[in-house]
Design a protein around this ligand. Structure first.
Ligand code: ATP
Length: 341
């Protein structure tokens, strides 16, 4: 892929886009947001960083982007040390923060042109660069419209375009699709795949585990400032072991708890993970498919009414549950944003 590298590539045979050892970040108020993480991302990879609210994803990205200084550990980005060579790091990355940086008063074209100026793109290259990027994110047709007329998805695509004006070999996308409808999300996904196909390394943080599953070559799961799992989406799913049997049970918590007891006592599901949810129970087991109907019969024999069931492959939500013991909460409260110099 090196032949397709964009200008701005640090070159020099640096194999790792990100090389982090023992990173710690303690905020001014004593909050230990990142507690000793190691992370290596080879160039060209589409890497995902997953975790619930407050796990430490944004803090880590901000250290990598030189917006926060690490308390301990070594952090190299594109071969540059974040403490010693922050300007070189900044020149070699694109950063799409959670909050939009689009200027609504300006047109799409003006926004990208402004970013070109801010990033020091040579004057004689700007016009071509602006058109190329607007085309890449499918905004060429509306290039002359003011951003205030744009939908959330269009603004996000414009954000992504402005993060790329200096053709960085590495881009950070911090929860880029939060709040978008599925269609808008899909368009952004296409665009992210396109820039990764061009050779750009991508680090994506997301709470949509489906998104990581669709896009990422490899994932790290972070919880309470530590990495608790690492692997390809397929590897992480294999860790769950087997398939997931979801059983809808009539009634409330008491009936669902009784159903869970039946499943736990069910010989064929001795190694299964059984959890109770709002609709009934879910059972994750190697033999979920073979013995699913036997369990339904056992539930009926207990006087419980099954109103529906389904056997499905595990999702990354199941991976999350298996690893962390808690389901991800995309709608949970956001923690205060802030930057400590
Ligand atoms: P989210 O998805 O909510 O953004 P996150 O995984 O990105 O979560 P961080 O924002 O990195 O998590 O937060 C990690 C921890 O650091 C949390 O406990 C958070 O409350 C805390 N934190 C974040 N910013 C600051 C700050 N400026 N000062 C003190 N503590 C902070």
């Amino acid at each position: 892929m090196s032949s397709q590298r964009e200008p701005g590539d640090p070159g020099g045979g640096e194999r790792l886009a990100i090389d982090v050892s023992g990173l710690e970040l303690v905020y001014g108020d004593g909050t230990r947001a990142v507690d000793g993480i190691d992370m290596r991302v080879p160039r060209g990879e589409f890497f995902g960083f997953l975790g619930p609210n407050g796990a430490g994803k944004t803090t880590t990205i901000k250290v990598l982007a030189t917006l926060l200084s690490p308390t301990a550990g070594t952090v190299r980005v594109n071969g540059f040390d974040v403490r010693e060579q922050p300007r070189k790091v900044r020149g070699s990355i694109g950063y799409m923060p959670q909050e939009t940086s689009v200027d609504e008063e300006l047109t799409a074209r003006e926004n990208v042109r402004f970013a070109c100026e801010a990033y020091g793109v040579p004057r004689d290259e700007r016009a071509d660069r602006v058109e190329e990027l607007l085309d890449l994110v499918d905004l060429a047709d509306v290039a002359g419209k003011r951003a205030e007329e744009f939908s959330g998805g269009m603004k996000k695509r414009l954000d992504a375009a402005t993060a790329l004006v200096h053709r960085p070999p590495l881009v950070f996308l911090d929860e880029p699709t939060t709040g978008l409808d599925p269609k808008a999300r899909n368009r952004l996904w296409d665009y992210f795949r396109r820039i990764n196909d061009r050779g750009t390394t991508i680090v994506l943080t997301t709470q949509y585990l489906e998104e990581a599953d669709q896009l990422c070559d490899r994932l790290s799961v972070i919880l309470d400032g530590r990495i608790v799992a690492d692997g390809s989406p397929a590897e992480l799913k294999r860790r769950v072991g087997g398939e997931v049997l979801e059983v809808e049970v009539e009634g409330g918590e008491a009936e669902h708890e009784r159903a869970a007891e039946v499943a736990r006592g069910f010989e064929e599901f001795a190694d299964a993970t059984v959890s109770v949810d709002a609709e009934g129970i879910s059972v994750t087991a190697e033999t979920a498919r073979q013995h699913g109907t036997d369990l339904l019969v056992a539930l009926r024999d207990e006087g419980l009414t099954v109103t529906g069931f389904d056997v499905r492959a595990p999702t990354l939500d199941d991976v999350f549950l298996a690893i962390t013991g808690e389901a991800p909460d995309p709608d949970g409260p956001d923690d205060a944003e802030g930057v400590v110099a």
